[in-house]
Design a protein around this ligand. Structure first.
Ligand SMILES: Cc1cc2nc3c(=O)[nH]c(=O)nc-3n(C[C@H](O)[C@H](O)[C@H](O)COP(=O)(O)OP(=O)(O)OC[C@H]3O[C@@H](n4cnc5c(N)ncnc54)[C@H](O)[C@@H]3O)c2cc1C
Length: 305
């Protein structure tokens, strides 16, 4: 892993840098990756993406909550997001983080909160994706996903990270559920005893996970901007006769927008993950770590500013 990537990911956890970053706000260029600070900002962005043929998900950015009351505020906000998506008739679902719903406080609290949102989404024909966070949360996140599915919720999905050694076993254990899985490379700083440090190994693991998931009975979200992997998924699905309703490409708002539209033109389903919210700092830092060249983009904005 590059030293720069580690440095940026470490800065993502620095409260001092976070305060500084938030202060300079969208001027730094966060607007390229984040749809705005409020839901009212995000709605026209989601609509514009929908109008160009892309479906979307949205996330209220934020990860740390200190107590149960704060998690209830987050749940209320997501209920409002699902209601608004319905009234605005957007092709948008919701992706959320369990730490935002209290996972670091109490697993059962997070489970109850997400259960409520999945139910609220079901009543509005909508869907909730549970993002995957740092490795210390993987067991609890997968336990909660499994429990939701066993309780009969079909409108919920999870995420597996190719950089973790464990993910192939996790996938094998989930396959009997016909899971709805997003496959990603992985965005956090993880130690080499549990995660592949070399990009080539992560990419190879991604191919294995993607093929196994596509070959299963569930739904696969191929979430990457890596064109080689995208073309590999397309050929694999073609060869195996996997119908297009069984998979989707997913990319991030602000990243490879032309590629997103090219895939739509080729008849594929493409979802653009389009987050919003005032707590965008850590999200932005992860986007920088993925492509340190984005730092130049930000600095240019700063000096232009
Ligand atoms: C829809 C979606 C949901 C995600 N959810 C999760 C999650 O729940 N948990 C998690 O750990 N990770 C998540 N990620 C992040 C993921 O783990 C990777 O960090 C991220 O997608 C970059 O990897 P890549 O697959 O695009 O491949 P890379 O090999 O990193 O990139 C391939 C090419 O894509 C372009 N690119 C990639 N990232 C950027 C960027 N930030 N800015 C500009 N260009 C870029 C570059 O051209 C690069 O050469 C998600 C990613 C997507 C697309």
């Amino acid at each position: 892993m590059s030293a720069l990537r580690s440095l940026i990911l470490a800065a993502a956890d620095s409260p001092r840098l976070q305060r500084l970053g938030q202060k300079y706000g969208f001027r730094l260029g966060a607007a390229r990756f984040v749809a705005g600070e409020t839901l009212d900002d995000a709605v026209p962005v989601l609509r514009r993406l929908n109008d160009s043929g892309l479906c979307t998900n949205t996330t209220l950015l934020g990860e740390g909550v200190r107590n149960e009351a704060e998690t209830r505020t987050v749940v209320a906000a997501y209920r409002g997001v699902l209601d608004r998506i319905r009234t605005e008739e957007l092709r948008t679902n919701v992706a959320l983080k369990l730490t935002h719903l209290g996972l670091s406080i109490d697993e059962e609290l997070a489970r109850r909160n997400v259960d409520e949102l999945v139910e609220h989404a079901a009543q509005r024909d909508n869907f909730v994706r549970i993002d995957m966070e740092e490795s210390r949360h993987v067991d609890a996140t997968l336990r909660i996903y499994r429990r939701l599915r066993e309780d009969g919720h079909g409108n919920v999905g999870a995420v597996l990270q190719a950089y973790l050694f464990r993910s192939e076993d996790d996938l094998a254990a989930l396959l009997p559920l016909a899971p709805n899985l997003r496959i990603v490379k992985g965005a956090y700083l993880e130690p080499p005893d549990i995660a592949y440090p070399r990009k080539r190994d992560v990419d190879d693991a991604y191919v294995r996970l993607m093929e196994t998931s596509l070959g299963g009975e569930g739904f696969t979200a191929v979430a990457t901007h890596d064109e080689t992997l995208i073309e590999h998924a397309i050929s694999f699905a073609d060869e195996r006769g996997i119908p297009r309703e069984r998979f989707q490409f997913q990319m991030l708002y602000g990243v490879r927008p032309r590629l997103q539209l090219d895939l739509v033109r080729r008849g594929f389903d493409v979802l653009v993950a389009t987050p919003y919210g005032p707590e965008w700092y850590r999200y932005l830092m992860r986007r920088l770590a993925e492509r340190p060249a984005n730092l130049l983009f930000l600095l240019r904005n700063l000096f232009r500013g």
